[in-house]
Write a protein that binds this ligand. Structure first.
Ligand SMILES: [Cu+2]
Length: 251
């Protein structure tokens, strides 16, 4: 997420531990992550403590200086950038990697059987099998967005019963991202949350790039129920900053 995390950690070091605890308590998606990746979360908490110590020692040398203006407003759901922290925690855990150039090219690839409307920012993929590449935050696009077939945070439409295979790539240089498809039933702040829409409709958190490249995960699920769903990045605050879109299963 391009340096925001480090700045927030420096700026907000005293509140890091409390804010993290409040987030995990209040944020349903964070709780979901806590339930599914307990060991990683413990690592994140340890990382938070280390980050707090580092940020504390860094800020102690800056006493008396005017506070640095953030590049974008503070996170709506808390004052800690978990993306930057989790980027480091989840680095090296992916099952595959590819170069940034390949990830950027795939972010613009139009899949088979797809029709793309740039004006409506919609991609519709016909057929019983849908293969999509979703790239989180490629540096050539705007910050905090998913890119699919050259579109940013598009509405994705598939047919009822389709088997959806997603190749999810994190193209960010310094932040974790995931992809989660939700039933939109609960609104918290600007973000709509709900239970996972379909079993398997969740790409796990991918961290910072490794020497082998940007991390990749493959997921698949069956779009069994027609309706309008919502995809988002499960890192707290990222959906509100733009990493979300609509997913429609047509009847
Ligand atoms: Cu994200």
């Amino acid at each position: 997420m391009k340096r925001l995390g480090r700045r927030l950690q420096q700026r907000d070091a005293p509140s890091t531990r409390g804010a993290l605890a409040r987030l995990l308590h209040a944020h349903p998606v964070a709780s979901l992550i806590a339930g599914t990746t307990g060991a990683a979360l413990v690592a994140a908490l340890v990382g938070a403590a280390v980050g707090q110590a580092l940020a504390g020692s860094a800020s102690s040398g800056q006493r008396g200086r005017a506070p640095q203006a953030p590049r974008r407003p503070a996170l709506a759901s808390g004052r800690v950038d978990l993306g930057g922290l989790w980027g480091r925690v989840f680095a090296g855990r992916a099952s595959a990697y590819e170069s940034l150039g390949t990830a950027e090219a795939q972010a613009d690839d139009v899949p088979a059987n797809a029709s793309v409307s740039k004006r409506a920012n919609t991609i519709r993929v016909a057929g019983r099998t849908v293969a999509l590449t979703i790239v989180a935050n490629p540096p050539s696009g705007r910050d905090m967005a998913f890119r699919v077939a050259g579109l940013e945070n598009p509405t994705i439409e598939v047919s009822r019963g389709a088997e959806v295979k997603i190749r999810f790539v994190n193209a960010d240089s310094d932040s974790a991202h995931g992809w989660l498809l939700l039933d939109p039933v609960v609104q918290i702040g600007k973000t709509v949350h709900g239970p996972r829409a379909f079993a398997g409709a969740y790409a796990p958190m991918l961290g910072d790039p490794m020497p082998a490249g940007q991390p990749i995960e493959m997921i698949s699920f069956h779009a069994t129920r027609p309706g309008s769903y919502r995809y988002e990045c499960p890192v707290p605050g990222h959906a509100a900053m733009g990493m979300q879109g609509a997913f429609v299963v047509s009847g």
